[in-house]
Design a binder for this molecule. Structure first.
Ligand SMILES: NC(=O)c1ccc[n+]([C@@H]2O[C@H](COP(=O)([O-])OP(=O)(O)OC[C@H]3O[C@@H](n4cnc5c(N)ncnc54)[C@H](OP(=O)(O)O)[C@@H]3O)[C@@H](O)[C@H]2O)c1
Length: 272
């Protein structure tokens, strides 16, 4: 499959790296990237072809075109490509841009899939939500899934609005985890550990607990109860968290992120 990347920044690089690691052919990947330094890095690191601007013959040769530019650059990038599009599958990972807006910028093209990855994709531990235009067939969905699957897990959404919820959960989610890690590291240092020791304790605990929860048959609530004996140390910590309504605050925060994602979709989809 020939894939033409539009944008070779962080996410573009992560996807190129993931696809090559999975055995994709080097000469099947081309990246359009205006920044010369970024192009040189892509060529040195991955040995793939890069170009400063999308030429019509490259678009015509592509089976799949992947937009990995910032959302605010997508309209111009899409409009420039529109005259050269035929039946290619177009996959966009630009946060917030809805398929109806992308389709309009692409001159009515409908073979579209939208995806929302997250930053752990950079180490191939991401999870991406995907939504396909109803006109995309199973083969098209499989192609999109294979691309995002090269950098982590994938989850299809039945409705496009669910991508706002995906954005709030897994898109912004790494920041919630980093926030928790910051608190744990701060506490560790207050309790007398060096910064390196506190980081090690926090990362191993968060990673280990997440891995245990993912493997266990029990829910996180049951796993938590199992380490919380009455009158013990964990009970003292959880009582304080409950008293300060920390869980409720997290739930409200994720709701706020989803509402903001929907708002951003309205703003980013404008033509002006
Ligand atoms: N990073 C994440 O965790 C994450 C998660 C989910 C979704 N996303 C989405 O992924 C997309 C890419 O994010 P990123 O972090 O990879 O951004 P990035 O590092 O800024 O990469 C975007 C690249 O596209 C280039 N570009 C701009 N206009 C272009 C055009 N017309 N044609 C070709 N290339 C062009 C930019 O070059 P210049 O720098 O010269 O402008 C830049 O190198 C964004 O839409 C973002 O919403 C990212």
């Amino acid at each position: 499959m020939n894939v033409l990347f539009i944008g070779g920044g962080n996410m573009g690089r992560a996807l190129v790296g993931g696809l090559l690691a999975q055995g994709s052919a080097r000469d099947g990947l081309v990246v359009v990237e205006p920044d010369a330094a970024a192009r040189a890095r892509l060529e040195t690191d991955f040995g793939i072809r890069t170009v400063p601007a999308a030429a019509g013959d490259l678009v015509a040769r592509a089976d799949l075109i992947l937009f990995a530019v910032k959302p605010q650059h997508l309209r111009l990038a899409a409009c420039a490509l529109a005259p050269h599009l035929a039946g290619q599958l177009v996959l966009s990972i630009a946060a917030g841009i809805r398929l109806a807006d992308l389709s309009r910028w692409l001159g009515g093209h409908q073979r579209l899939v939208r995806a929302m990855p997250n930053t752990p994709a950079l180490i191939r531990r991401g999870i991406s939500g995907l939504f396909a235009h109803p006109s995309v067939d199973d083969a098209g969905r499989k192609s999109a899934e294979d691309i995002l699957g090269a950098v982590g897990e994938t989850m299809w959404c039945a409705r496009e609005e669910q991508l706002d919820a995906i954005t709030a959960m897994s898109g912004s989610g790494p920041a919630y985890v980093f926030y928790f890690l910051e608190a744990m590291i701060e506490a560790g240092q207050e309790l007398g550990f060096s910064p390196a020791q506190a980081r090690r304790l926090a990362y191993a605990t968060a990673g280990g607990a997440a891995a245990l929860a993912a493997q266990a048959a029990e829910s996180p609530a049951v796993l938590r109860a199992q380490v919380t004996s009455k009158g013990g140390t964990t009970a003292a910590a959880i009582a304080l968290l409950e008293e300060r309504a920390v869980k409720a605050a997290f739930v409200a925060a994720i709701r706020a992120a989803a509402a903001r994602a929907a708002q951003l979709g309205d703003e980013l989809g404008k033509d002006g």
